[in-house]
Design a protein around this ligand. Structure first.
Ligand code: PLP
Length: 425
C-alpha cells in the first residue's frame, strides 16, 4: 500500500511499524529466489531478431562504384554507408568515416592519437603535458570514465541537466589550459535521457577555452533511438562549431550497435575536414580498410536513412512497454514518499533513479541478495564515486517484459527498505 505521506514526516513509531511491513515484503521477495538482471543496456533477443536478414546479406560483393568489397581498401568506409550516417546525423557525407563494429573503439583511437601525436591544432602531444583533464558531465556513461582512467586523463565533473551539461560550470573549468576536452552524450544521454538543447550546444561550441586543441567528444550513440513518436533532432554540433570559429572542436560518434546487432554493427565518426584527415592518417597505420562486406549488408538491409528510421520504430514498439513497466513500478510504489526521483526518458536505453542520499549502495546490495542484479552504485560517476551515494542506472531493454516487471517491483521494495533503515537508524 502506498502512502502519500513523505516518510520524513512520519513519527518514529510509524516509521518503525512501516519498517516491519516493508521488511516482511522484502523477505517475501527474497524467498521467491529471483534471478533477474537490469545491469547493461543491451538489446533484447527480439530486437536482434529484427535484423536477422543480415545473415543472408549482402546479396552481392560489389558496391555502387563496382569495387569488390571483399578486398582491402576504402579506409573511410563504403560511401553508401557513409551517406546513411550523414543523413541520420544531419552532417555532410564528406565529414563521415565508417569503421568497424564499435564507436567506443573509435573514441579510444582518437584519444590515444591525441595523447601520442596531438591533434591538428595541438602545440604538442597531450602526453607531453604535465597533466591532461577532461570535463565529465555526471551522471554519465561509465565506459567513458573508465577509458579516461585507463589513459591517465584526470576527470573533473559538471552536473548534467535536462537540457545538457551545466554550461557555467564547463566555462569555468575550460579556463584551465590542462582541460583538453569533454564528453557529451547529446541525445537521450546515458543514463539520464537528457537531450542537449541547441542553445547549450551553441555555447559549448563557441565558448573560449584556454587549450587551443580543446575537443568535445560528441557521442551520439542514441541519436535515432526514440521511445515516443516525437523524434527529437540532435543539435548541429559540427555546424555550430564551424560557425563559431572552432571547426575542430567536436568529433562526433555513432554506431548501429543498438540499431542492428550490438556485436556486429557499423560505427561512424564525423568531424571537420582537418580532423577527419588527421584521423584517417593515423588509422592508415593501423588498418588497410574496414569490413566493407558488413557495410554493404547494412546498406542492403536499410536501403537508406528512412529505412533506419522505420526500423527504429520497430525497436520502439518492442522496448517502450519495458520503459512503461519501470515507470509504473516506481510511480505506483514510491510516488509521494520523498525518497526517490527518476527520469521518464523519451529515448535511449536507461532510466536514471536517484534514491535517498546515502542509500544507493544499500539498495543495490539488497537487490542483489534478492536475486536482482543492478549496475553497481556510483558507476555513472568518475572512478565509480557518487559523492551522494544516491544514483542508480536502470537498463530495462534486455530482460523480457515480465522480468522487467518483477525486477522493478522488487527494486521499489529495496529502495523503500533502504530509506526506512536509514531513517530509523
Ligand atoms: N556510447 C554510449 C553513450 C553508450 O551507451 C554505448 C553503449 O552502451 C556505447 C557508446 C557503445 O557503442 P559501441 O557499441 O558503438 O562501441
Amino acid at each position: 500500500t502506498t502512502s502519500v505521506t513523505p516518510l520524513s514526516a512520519l513519527s518514529a513509531d510509524d516509521l518503525a511499524a512501516r519498517l516491519t511491513t516493508v521488511r516482511a515484503a522484502y523477505d517475501e521477495l527474497k524467498a521467491r529466489g529471483l534471478k533477474l538482471d537490469l545491469t547493461r543496456g543491451k538489446p533484447g533477443a527480439d530486437q536482434l531478431d529484427l535484423s536477422n536478414a543480415l545473415l543472408d546479406l549482402p546479396s552481392s560483393y560489389r558496391d555502387r562504384s563496382g569495387a569488390d568489397v571483399r578486398n582491402y581498401g576504402g579506409l573511410d568506409g563504403l560511401v553508401e554507408m557513409r551517406e546513411i550516417f550523414a543523413d541520420l546525423l544531419a552532417v555532410d557525407v564528406a565529414s563521415v568515416v565508417c569503421g568497424g563494429n564499435s564507436s567506443l573503439t573509435m573514441m579510444h583511437q582518437v584519444l590515444t592519437a591525441l595523447l601520442l601525436k596531438g591533434g591538428p591544432d595541438s602545440p604538442r602531444p597531450w602526453s607531453q603535458e604535465p597533466v591532461v583533464k577532461f570535463v565529465c558531465p555526471v551522471p554519465g556513461y561509465d565506459r567513458h570514465f573508465t577509458m579516461l582512467a585507463e589513459l591517465g586523463i584526470e576527470m573533473v565533473s559538471v552536473p548534467m541537466h535536462s537540457d545538457g551539461p551545466d554550461v557555467a560550470a564547463v566555462r569555468a573549468l575550460v579556463a584551465d589550459p590542462s582541460v583538453k576536452g569533454m564528453w557529451i552524450v547529446p541525445t537521450y544521454a546515458n543514463p539520464t535521457g537528457a537531450v542537449c538543447s541547441a542553445e547549450v550546444a551553441a555555447e559549448l561550441m563557441a565558448m573560449p577555452t584556454a587549450a587551443p586543441d580543446f575537443r568535445i567528444l560528441w557521442d551520439n550513440a542514441y541519436a535515432v533511438h526514440h521511445l515516443t513518436d516525437e523524434e527529437t533532432k540532435s543539435a548541429d554540433a559540427l555546424g555550430l562549431a564551424a560557425a563559431s570559429g572552432h571547426p575542430n572542436r567536436p568529433i562526433m560518434f555513432a554506431s548501429t550497435s543498438k540499431i542492428t546487432w550490438a556485436g556486429a554493427g557499423v560505427a561512424a565518426l564525423a568531424a571537420s575536414p582537418e580532423n577527419r584527415a588527421w584521423y584517417l592518417e593515423r588509422l592508415g597505420f593501423a588498418a588497410i580498410g574496414p569490413d566493407k562486406v558488413n557495410h554493404l549488408r547494412h546498406v542492403e538491409l536499410f536501403g537508406d536513412a528512412d529505412g533506419v528510421r522505420a526500423h527504429m520504430r520497430k525497436h520502439r514498439d518492442l522496448i517502450a512497454p519495458k520503459f512503461a513497466a519501470v515507470e509504473d513500478a516506481l510511480s505506483s510504489r514510491l510516488t509521494g514518499l520523498g525518497i526517490a526521483e527518476w527520469t521518464v526518458p523519451t529515448g535511449g536505453y536507461f532510466v536514471n533513479l536517484d534514491v535517498l542520499d546515502g542509500t544507493a549502495s544499500r539498495v543495490v546490495q539488497l537487490a542483489k541478495e534478492a536475486g536482482i542484479a543492478l549496475t553497481p552504485a556510483g558507476s555513472a560517476f568518475p572512478h565509480g564515486n557518487d559523492p551522494r551515494d544516491r544514483n542508480i542506472r536502470l537498463a530495462p531493454t534486455f530482460p523480457v517484459l515480465a522480468e522487467v516487471e518483477a525486477a522493478m517491483a522488487g527494486v521499489a521494495v529495496c529502495v523503500e527498505l533502504a530509506a526506512l533503515e536509514q531513517l530509523t537508524a
